[in-house]
Each structure stands twice: as structure tokens, then as C-alpha cells.
Design a protein around this ligand. Structure first.
Ligand SMILES: Cc1ncc(C[n+]2csc(CCOP(=O)(O)OP(=O)(O)O)c2C)c(N)n1
Length: 281
């Protein structure tokens, strides 16, 4: 059985294992959102990235979520919470059974991440704030002499928020090399295509001009994601990774469309989606 090359020494995982995990997490996301409603397309575009972080890269302990030396993950695009919840449940932070309570009154699994849930490092959902939170955590870890890395995942539409650009400038000024930003570049935001709502290109050059090292990657290719995360380790500047993704990835009739931005699949679509997952899409 092939093991994934480049996975952190803390994570001994085979190619087959990670594929199975992705399948199971994708199934959980579809089920959770079918039970209620939610941001399906937005969750599916960043699902591989979050899975690779938790199962192949980050130093974390589901049995001791507040372990001081842990790496941090901030889901700045908080509306993709179903993807994070499914990964956290798969990793053992809480039971998979609890996923059924998604968006129910009193549940710890709300439409956006809530600090009551083990594994959640910051409440998020008001777009534009995640990188600032990451800057604070990275600075704190550095000042305490900890090895912790801070990973922030945001949407490309989220780049419209001015606070993001302030945080970029601050991180470069403070030379926060323990901070890694990942942008889910799916090309869509709530109202349409990102370039039509507010032009982002040349996004890479813009972020570089703020003093960051910027990589690009296929955000659905597990091996490429782990490679670029490893490359990010040796940088002397904060690192941003622009991950090219497809909204709704894995469900053919939603893929690369904005229909699934926030949706509740009807029963027929739900069964079709599950069938596609089972068939190993
Ligand atoms: C400050 C703020 N304004 C508006 C919203 C409403 N909102 C939720 S999702 C979304 C679109 C985000 O687009 P993008 O960052 O590209 O994420 P994705 O396409 O991956 O869903 C918006 C505007 C919000 N959550 N926060």
C-alpha cells in the first residue's frame, strides 16, 4: 500500500486511507446539509485542504484540544463550517452522531463555527477577520517560543474585505513566518463570479507586493497540497497559498457553479450526490 510522500512524521497515513477519509467527510457534509440547509458548494471546494491539514500536516490532539504546542486552524470562511465539522468528527474531536444536530436549536454545530465545540479556535463567519485572528495567534506563539503554526483558510470573495489587506501588511511587517494563509480560489462569491463582483487579479502579485511569499496549487490534489504545505515551512516571509478549486467539487451537477453556494438538495439530488461519492468521484 502506498503511503503519501511528504506527510508529517506525526501522521502515518496511506494514500488509500486519505482517499477513504475524504469520501467519508464528503458524505458527512452532504448528509448534514441535506438534513437542514447550508453552504454545500463552499464546503466542498475546501474539503481536501482541511482534510490534508488535519490528517497529514497539523500537530494537534483531538483528546487534548487545548494542547499548548498545537498548530491552529482558523476557518475564516466560516460558512464552510460543515467541512470543518466533518473533519473534526472524523479526527475524533466529538462523535459523528453529533453531526446530525447541525444548525439545530441548542446545537454546538451552528451554521458558523462556535467556540463551544472542541477543536474550534475562533468563532468566524463575519468575513475578513480570520487573517487578523491568525496574526494574533502567530505573534502569541512566537512570543512564547512555541513551535505552533497557524493556518488560516479564507475565500477569494473574502479578499474584498479591507481588514484582510491590513492583516497582510501587519503579518509581513512582523515577519510572521509561522503564519500560512490559504485562499480557496474557486472563482465564485455569493453574488456571482469574483472577477465580476470586484476584480481580484493579479491576486498573487498583489499579495507578493505586501511582502508575502505566494504559491499556487491545485486545491483538490492531495499530494500537491501536502507538497506546497511542506514548501511553506522554510519561508522567511509569511506564506500565502492560492489554491485553485471548484465550488461544489465532487458533485457533478454542482461543480464549478454557484448554485450550491447555499442550498438544500432535494431528495433526488441528494441520492444522486451520494451515489457519485460511492462510485468514487
Ligand atoms: C462581513 C460579511 N459580509 C457578508 C457575508 C455574507 N456572505 C456569506 S458567504 C459570502 C460569499 C463569500 O465568498 P467567498 O469568500 O468567495 O467564499 P465561497 O465562494 O468559497 O463561498 C458572503 C458575502 C458575511 N458572511 N460576512
Amino acid at each position: 500500500m502506498n503511503s503519501i510522500s511528504g506527510a508529517s512524521s506525526l501522521h502515518c497515513i496511506t494514500e488509500l486511507d486519505i482517499k477513504e477519509k475524504i469520501k467519508s467527510i464528503r458524505r458527512s457534509v452532504i448528509e448534514m446539509i441535506h438534513n437542514e440547509s447550508g453552504h454545500l458548494g463552499s464546503s466542498l471546494s475546501c474539503l481536501e485542504i482541511i482534510t490534508v491539514l488535519y490528517f497529514m500536516k497539523m500537530r494537534h490532539n483531538p483528546k487534548n484540544p487545548n494542547w499548548e504546542e498545537r498548530d491552529y486552524f482558523i476557518l475564516s470562511k466560516g460558512h464552510a463550517a460543515p467541512a470543518l465539522y466533518a473533519v473534526l468528527a472524523e479526527a475524533g474531536y466529538f462523535s459523528k452522531e453529533e453531526l446530525k444536530s447541525f444548525r439545530r436549536l441548542g446545537s454546538r454545530l451552528q451554521g458558523h463555527p462556535d467556540l463551544r465545540l472542541p477543536g474550534i479556535e475562533a468563532p468566524s463567519g463575519s468575513l475578513g477577520q480570520g487573517l487578523s485572528i491568525g496574526v494574533g495567534l502567530a505573534l502569541g506563539a512566537h512570543n512564547h517560543g512555541r513551535k505552533s503554526k497557524v493556518y488560516v483558510l479564507m475565500g477569494d470573495g473574502e479578499c474584498d474585505e479591507g481588514q484582510f489587506w491590513e492583516a497582510l501588511m501587519t503579518a509581513a511587517h512582523l515577519k510572521l513566518t509561522n503564519l500560512i494563509l490559504i485562499i480557496d480560489r474557486n472563482g465564485w462569491q455569493l453574488d456571482g463570479r469574483t472577477e465580476e463582483i470586484k476584480k481580484k487579479v493579479p491576486l498573487k502579485a498583489k499579495i507578493e507586493s505586501f511582502g508575502w511569499k505566494v504559491y499556487t496549487v491545485d486545491g483538490h490534489n492531495v499530494q500537491k497540497i501536502i507538497e506546497v504545505l511542506n514548501q511553506a515551512e522554510d519561508s522567511r516571509e509569511p506564506v500565502a497559498i492560492i489554491a485553485y478549486t471548484k465550488k461544489g467539487y465532487g458533485i457533478s451537477f454542482l461543480e464549478n457553479t454557484n448554485r450550491g453556494h447555499k442550498i438544500q438538495l432535494n431528495d433526488e439530488e441528494y441520492l444522486m450526490a451520494l451515489k457519485e461519492i460511492e462510485e468514487g468521484n
